[in-house]
Design a protein around this ligand. Structure first.
Ligand code: GLU
Length: 514
């Protein structure tokens, strides 16, 4: 076992968009694989035809690509030696494994109709028990353990529908070693004779999952906590097949919780509290109602993929030091399953914005300018890239997202049409109007127009007019940009250039009415 190449898989079911919890599962698999120089595989688990959602698989692939955590093997990422990687394409191979379990006495045929199963449930519940198909109840049901061999053969030959169930031992302790939680012990009396193979000829999740992990030589199963109750059955399956020596190690990840810690983070929480819970926006069917539903993603909300990934990595895992900002490579180096917590991780939407802001600050002005340029072009502007780079340098301090640039800096591209009413009301009077006009005249005579020069002239004019700069500074800003707040005033004048500033001041003097 020790010498096996590390191989992990992300195995989503295409039943809808990938939730951010699912992305975190994929991420931890990715980090674990890369840390150990192993393989990260994408397997699509589509055995449940009823919950299949068209487009979900493509969504998953696109989401992983956007996040930058691409599998090196599997659906959408190239076939390795273990193709195919979609369970519906592997259908013919599962039956053989189910038969193997029947022959070894670990599984059996069951012919019970849904009415008969319903009857059983009612009887048990009436007696105060919890209904389950198990070592005791199976004795009263129609299966290959109660019917004669001939009858079983006859029923199958006659085409009667049947399932194949796991024969769970009656009285045993099943021990699962979990790398995060330690030993988990379950008494087999608590377990169901789960269906392994359905009447539609498809395996269930349990059989397909274990057979695939075995045949794909998976060494570690890293998945969400919701699968922990299935782990004892999986351990039993490995034992029944005689594959214990190569059974993967298990690690069940803690849940992602709502910001108030009250329950699992869901789409509804995101809609209610105004944050995305999906990596990218889309429009897919609901797996139950079959109605189309649209949803918002981190990508479309303006998050950088590396910020999103950094934030996700720390939801349920902590670093070896106090570091919070990590490149993907650094995460790979530092990642270890023993620092994944057992308890649920509370999602903090404000913190996720903070992460994005840190990544925005890490980006070069040129990179940010390129993002803004795209937006500016869609708005019909064709500015000089050097100008946009300078503009971004001026305004980026206040931005958490690149999609705020326009709100913060539109005045650099369009002259104000309106002026902050409050500032005008408080500050515009005969004296201040005269002052603005005087600065404007002084500016017109300038041959060089740097921020420092503009500021000096501004101050000199204030002095000669015997006006306190504190009383006119904000008003002056409003005359240039329209807004009461913004970046460094004279820097912004320098960037706009003398002619533009003069034009704006002239217009302000003409149009502002106190
Ligand atoms: N198909 C399961 C899911 O949708 C995968 C569980 C596992 O990783 O074993 O989450």
């Amino acid at each position: 076992m020790e010498n096996r190449r590390v191989r992990v898989r992300f195995a989503p079911s295409p039943t809808g968009p990938l939730h951010m919890g699912g992305v975190r599962t994929a991420l931890y698999n990715y980090l674990f694989a890369k840390h150990h120089g192993g393989d990260f595989i994408l397997r699509i688990e589509d055995t449940d035809q009823e919950r299949f959602v068209p487009g979900a698989e493509e969504y998953i692939i696109e989401a992983l690509k956007w996040c930058g955590i691409e599998p090196n093997e599997g659906i959408g990422f190239g076939d390795g030696a273990y193709a195919p990687y979609r369970q519906s394409d592997r259908k013919p191979m599962y039956r053989e494994y189910a038969d193997q379990l029947i022959h070894s006495g670990n599984a059996y045929y069951a012919f019970d109709t849904s009415e008969e199963l319903g009857e059983m449930r009612k009887l048990i519940e009436a007696a105060g028990g919890t209904s389950s198909y198990n070592a005791i109840t199976r004795q009263n049901m129609k299966n290959s353990l109660t019917l004669s061999e001939d009858e079983v053969k006859q029923r199958i030959a006659a085409g009667e529908p049947y399932v194949i169930r796991m024969k769970i031992p009656r009285n045993e302790e099943i021990r699962v070693k979990d790398l995060i939680r330690g030993w988990v012990v379950v008494h087999s009396g608590q377990m169901d004779d789960k269906v392994l193979f359905k009447s539609d000829g498809m395996p269930t999740y349990h059989l397909a999952n274990v057979v695939d992990d075995y045949t794909m030589k998976i060494t570690h199963v890293i998945r969400g906590e919701e699968w922990l109750p299935s782990a004892p059955l999986h351990v039993l399956l490995y034992r029944s097949f005689g594959w214990e020596a190569v059974m993967p190690e298990f690690a069940h990840l803690p849940l992602l919780l709502r910001p108030d810690g009250n329950g699992k983070l869901s789409k509804r929480d995101g809609d209610r509290l105004g944050f995305p819970v999906f990596p990218i926006s889309g429009n897919l069917q609901d797996s139950k109602t079959k109605k189309m539903e649209s949803f918002t993603g981190y990508r479309e909300s303006g998050y950088f993929p590396d910020a999103f990934i950094n934030m996700l990595a720390l939801l349920g895992w902590h670093s070896s030091g106090n570091q919070e900002l990590y490149t993907l490579d650094e995460l790979v180096k530092d990642f270890s399953l023993d620092r994944v917590s057992k308890s649920g991780a509370k999602f903090d939407p404000e913190k996720s914005k903070w992460f994005n802001q840190q990544y925005l600050r890490k980006r070069t002005d040129a990179a940010l300018a390129a993002i803004w340029m795209t937006e500016l072009k869609t708005k019909g502007f064709t500015p000089d890239p050097i100008f946009v780079e300078k503009a971004v340098r001026l305004i980026k301090e206040k931005a958490m997202f690149a999609n705020e640039f326009w709100t913060l800096g539109s005045f650099l591209f369009v002259a104000p049409e309106a002026y902050d009413a409050e500032v005008v009301k408080k500050r515009w009077n005969e004296n201040s109007a005269k002052f603005v006009a005087a600065v404007n005249t002084a500016y017109q005579a300038m041959t060089s127009f740097t921020a420092a020069e503009a500021e000096t002239l501004f101050k000199q004019t204030a002095e000669t007019q015997a006006i306190k700069t504190g009383e006119v500074m904000q008003l002056f800003r409003v005359c240039v940009s329209g807004a009461a707040g913004g970046p460094a005033l004279f820097e912004m004048c320098e960037l706009l250039g003398k002619d533009e500033v003069v034009k704006r001041l002239t217009r302000a003097v003409q149009t502002i009415k106190a």
